[in-house]
Design a protein around this ligand. Structure first.
Ligand SMILES: CC(C)(COP(=O)(O)OP(=O)(O)OC[C@H]1O[C@@H](n2cnc3c(N)ncnc32)[C@H](O)[C@@H]1OP(=O)(O)O)[C@@H](O)C(=O)NCCC(=O)NCCS
Length: 224
């Protein structure tokens, strides 16, 4: 049985995250540099899974929140870069990582508002791997989009016979935060998942009581 910690990444995790996810880029994952990873961590936007016994990072994801100005309405935040060490896949650990990242994002961004800045996610049209995971987390398919030819970080991705790079866009419905906050609260007291002993290390002051209050408050606002 393995013991896995789920937590917000710290500066000292940057090299391990880079080596796991970006050193040999997955054909369907946007490329990133070590400095990119350091920047996400500095912004509190990167979550990881650590195998405590072997003290290594075995999974990571991030939610990038675009800079906003008072003159324009905010762009959606982007859930992405989810990568699990192949030896740790198919155990449901990606689900727990996704719940932690999304709940942390919404905890930190307008948790009581019915209209928070939305979260979207993009998946290469040929990449089936994350589809069930995104569906389990609650993401809904919106549309297929074309990625512009010179978009940085996508150079290594496969293109179709016309040279186009296409991605499926998914959106997280804000009302699903009710379920998300309750799943997050449950995760705090979950000690085992599949064959793994798991531990969610609290970050950002998240706690189960306040998550339940937020869920109940949203329920009330939604007239449920
Ligand atoms: C995308 C990725 C993170 C998904 O991770 P994963 O652990 O393999 O997650 P999956 O959804 O594939 O597997 C979950 C499986 O675990 C099993 N499982 C066991 N316990 C589980 C639990 N408690 N909850 C959910 N699934 C559980 C299920 O059998 C499930 O299989 P199913 O989806 O066929 O029903 C992983 O495939 C990966 O790193 N891919 C490469 C990078 C990539 O493409 N990233 C996406 C870029 S957009």
């Amino acid at each position: 049985m393995k013991r896995l910690d789920f937590t917000l990444a710290e500066a000292s995790d940057a090299d391990a995250i880079f080596d796991l996810v970006y050193l040999h880029p997955d054909p369907f994952l946007r490329a990133a540099t070590l400095d990119d990873v350091k920047g996400w961590i500095a912004n509190g936007a990167c979550w990881i899974i650590c195998d405590v016994d072997r003290s290594k990072v075995v999974g990571a994801c991030n939610i990038k929140v675009p800079e906003t100005t008072s003159h324009q309405s905010p762009e959606p935040a982007e859930f992405g870069g989810i990568f699990i060490d192949p030896a740790y896949r198919d155990r449901g650990v990606a689900d727990a990582l996704g719940v932690l990242a999304l709940a942390s994002y919404y905890w930190d961004n307008d948790p009581d508002s019915l209209y928070p800045i939305p979260v979207i996610s993009h998946v290469h049209v040929d990449n089936d791997k994350p589809l069930k995971l995104l569906a389990r987390l609650g993401f809904e398919f919106q549309e297929v989009i074309d990625v512009p030819a010179d978009f940085p970080g996508f150079e290594h991705m496969p293109r179709d016979e016309k040279g186009q790079l296409r991605g499926k866009e998914f959106r997280f419905p804000p009302n699903l935060r009710v379920r998300l906050f309750r799943e997050m609260a449950k995760l705090f007291s979950t000690e085992q998942q599949g064959d793994n002993v798991i531990h969610v290390v609290p970050a950002l002051g998240m706690d189960a009581t306040e998550l339940e209050r937020l869920a109940a408050n949203l329920d009330t606002q939604l007239g449920r």
